[in-house]
Design a protein around this ligand. Structure first.
Ligand code: SF4
Length: 303
């Protein structure tokens, strides 16, 4: 018997893009150690992938299918590009506006974060590198747009808006500098940028449920992160780091309390939205204790 998720993962493993061993544009800004393994030609040990990626791939496939029917002259769909020798497949290029469009699927909670704080640098780098690659091929690519789609709610968010943003060469330069730093660092010195139980590590070709080659060698029966200690067996250093972090957390919590207390001065009696300069705060009454309010920043409420 095979379950639905098992079948989906098998289908994903057979996709040419999943089998691509060289680094690709979508690796820019991701885990530095994963890119290091690819550059070193390490053999993948975890074929499993993850369901979130499969859902994302299926959405890309459906968009590509419909675009074949509705694309306008000059538009590009799932187009292969190369920039500085790095292979990539851009999602869409709208010829009429000169805009490269990248679709990203996400969870609704992370989407709220993106709406408040903007796209992750990796997303900006990737869409910018796709646009730069098109420019080198003679296309008039001058704008970029990232379309986020929440898997659980279906909400769509266009960054920075329907017209996109001008292509910023700084993003391309930053991505290339990041890659050069990874190239210049020996593999065993490259940081593991995600946690072993994160969806990234569980679906990583060099990680997986058993930790793969990335987390192997940890202390038996202990946290996988114990491999970090074996890499750098300096108990004083780790203890100092924990001590300093706890102090910073305490200081930040105190500062948060202070700012929230100050803002209580402008809380509407029954709660609600209040404009604070270029931000909007939502004062929400606690359903369990109506005398208490929580403060939330309203996504899209900045100006
Ligand atoms: S397992 Fe995690 S930390 Fe290790 S290379 Fe993969 S994504 Fe990076």
């Amino acid at each position: 018997m095979r379950t639905t998720s098992e079948l989906l993962l098998i289908a994903d493993q057979r996709r040419p893009r999943t089998q691509q061993k060289d680094i690709g544009v979508s690796d820019l800004g991701s885990c530095r150690r994963r890119v290091g393994y690819k550059l070193a030609g390490a053999e993948p040990v975890n074929p499993s992938g993850n369901i979130q990626a499969v859902i994302g791939s299926a959405i890309h496939d459906m968009v590509a299918q419909i675009m074949e029917k509705v694309a306008e002259p000059g538009d590009l769909v799932e187009h292969e590009v190369r920039f500085a020798g790095i292979l990539g497949h851009l999602d869409r290029f709208e010829a009429s506006t000169g805009t490269v469009v990248d679709t990203k699927t996400t969870g609704s909670r992370w989407l709220e974060h993106i709406k408040l704080h903007g796209p992750e640098h990796a997303h900006l780098w990737q869409v910018s590198v796709y646009a730069a690659a098109l420019v080198t091929m003679g296309y008039d690519a001058k704008r970029v747009r990232i379309e986020y789609l929440a898997r659980d709610t279906g909400e769509e968010y266009l960054w920075p808006g329907p017209d996109g943003a001008p292509l910023n060469p700084r993003n391309v330069r930053d991505a290339m500098e990041w890659l050069q730093q990874v190239r210049d660092t020996s593999l065993d010195m490259l940081p593991r940028d995600y946690d072993p139980d994160s969806v990234f590590c569980l679906g990583c070709p060099f990680g997986g449920p058993d930790g793969g080659i990335c987390w192997e060698g940890h202390v038996p029966e202990r946290d996988r992160r114990s491999v970090l200690y074996l890499d750098d067996p300096n108990a004083q250093k780790w203890a100092d780091e924990l001590f300093d972090l706890r102090k910073q957390i305490k200081d930040l919590q105190d500062k948060e309390k202070r700012a929230k207390g100050a803002l209580d001065a402008i809380r509407p009696e029954m709660g609600g939205h209040v404009r604070c300069g270029n931000k909007t705060i939502d004062f929400r009454r606690n359903p369990k204790d109506p005398t208490k309010f929580s403060l939330y920043f309203v996504a899209g409420g900045e100006s």
